[in-house]
Design a protein around this ligand. Structure first.
Ligand SMILES: *Cc1c(COP(=O)(O)O)cnc(C)c1O
Length: 381
């Protein structure tokens, strides 16, 4: 058996030997939409770029090695990777998803349900009894997202996946928030792992992308078939950029996590703060589970301030008010009116998305400067 390579080696070494023409170290971008056939009866490995593309292959190989997958599909966005997972299901399938899942995922599942394409049950994944009850009627797909967004609640992947498998369901995990460096859902029993590569994997806030990965070759083949049929595949240029971003992922995540840990503990000591959600804090309800299931706390923090969140946000000078995460710049957002505005108020309240809740994606600035900026915000409350 070949030795399993460490993540930093996987990303640094990814296909630096793939240019047969000039032996360039950085892989080229093969932007051609189509490829020449030697004769009409022998289909070449690459024929038409909606179906297969060398740049997507380089990226999927690196991501699959990081996740312990056998392969997968690179899509044009995180949401098209979600859609691809739903395309694998039969008509009328029952999908069990977290009541506090990513707003776009919630919207997509609801939209498909409203058209009668599937039946959805949104459940609190941390409530084992409620989860078991929802599974009783049978399920085709169980969707896991942990840590949740924006509350960073931790779902026990191994426990939920085992119960879901026993009920005959496929299990998918959205691993966007932690990246494969900090959590490996396939090793914990999931069938599918999904990423918005728009976020930390690319890390530079300059494109959209997604990935859906699996271990089972039959599942991978179905994913490739649907992605080609529906034209969900990502572009050669974006795939090349994401692989470029991926090369520094281990460095970025380490730095962002270190800063996030400092910021979260600083926030938790401030009198103008009601609550801090960060899996690395001992006070976090999921801290023990996170320590077991994750190899680090990640770089996301959410915080409830005392008073008017708008005044806090208006006083910030360095941190940008914007709704993405995982990039080089520290971003803050108000989920109730930004990322989760597609969720009806009752659903927001049930999911704990209050108007004073703010989500921070810690970036690569110096932590001292970030803390000084947050102090400005708190002083304005
Ligand atoms: C951003 C995000 C998505 C959607 O990805 P896009 O690339 O924006 O389509 C899905 N899940 C999570 C957790 C995300 O953060």
């Amino acid at each position: 058996m070949t030795q399993q390579r460490k993540p930093a080696t996987i990303v640094a070494a990814a296909r630096t030997d793939r240019d047969p023409a000039f032996a360039s170290v950085a892989p080229p971008i093969w932007s051609s939409d189509t490829y020449r056939w030697e004769d009409a009866d022998t289909k070449p490995g690459y024929d038409y770029s909606r179906t297969v593309s060398p740049n997507r292959d380089l990226l999927v190989e690196a991501l699959a090695e990081l996740e312990g997958a056998a392969g997968g599909v690179i899509t044009g966005s995180g949401q098209s990777a979600c859609l691809l997972a739903f395309l694998l299901l039969p008509a009328g399938a029952h999908v069990l998803a977290p009541h506090d899942c990513y707003g776009g995922t919630y919207r997509l599942i609801k939209g498909l349900e409203d058209q009668g394409k599937l039946r959805a049950t949104f459940v609190d994944m941390l409530d084992a009894a409620a989860f078991e009850r929802a599974l009783k009627g049978g399920a085709d797909l169980v969707w896991i997202e942990t840590p949740s967004n924006p509350l960073l609640r931790i779902t026990d992947i191994a426990a939920r996946a085992a119960a879901a498998k026993q009920a005959g369901a496929l299990v998918a995990a959205d691993n966007t928030l932690l990246t494969p460096l900090r959590q490996k859902p396939l090793a914990l029993g999931c069938d599918l792992v999904m990423h918005s590569t728009t976020k930390a994997l690319n890390g530079h806030s300059d494109l959209f992308g997604g990935a859906l990965l699996a271990r089972d070759p039959a599942l991978i083949e179905q994913m490739q078939w649907w992605s080609n049929a529906a034209g969900l595949n990502g572009s050669a240029f974006d795939s090349s950029q994401i692989l470029r971003g991926l090369r520094t992922l281990p460095l970025r995540v380490r730095q962002q996590e270190e800063s996030a840990t400092r910021i979260a503990s600083w926030l938790s000591e401030q009198p103008q703060v009601q609550a801090v959600n960060f899996p690395g804090l001992d006070s976090h309800e999921g801290a023990a589970l996170a320590a077991r299931q994750q190899s680090g706390p990640g770089f996301m923090i959410s915080v409830r301030v005392k008073g008017d969140a708008s005044r806090f946000l208006a006083a910030l000078d360095l941190i940008t008010l914007a709704s993405s995460l995982g990039g080089f710049a520290t971003l803050i957002c108000k989920p109730a009116t930004m990322t989760h505005r597609g969720m009806p108020p009752e659903a927001q309240a049930e999911a704990g998305i209050h108007p004073d809740l703010l989500r921070i994606s810690v970036g690569l600035e110096d932590a001292d400067d970030l803390i000084a900026d947050l102090a400005r915000g708190l002083a304005a409350l």
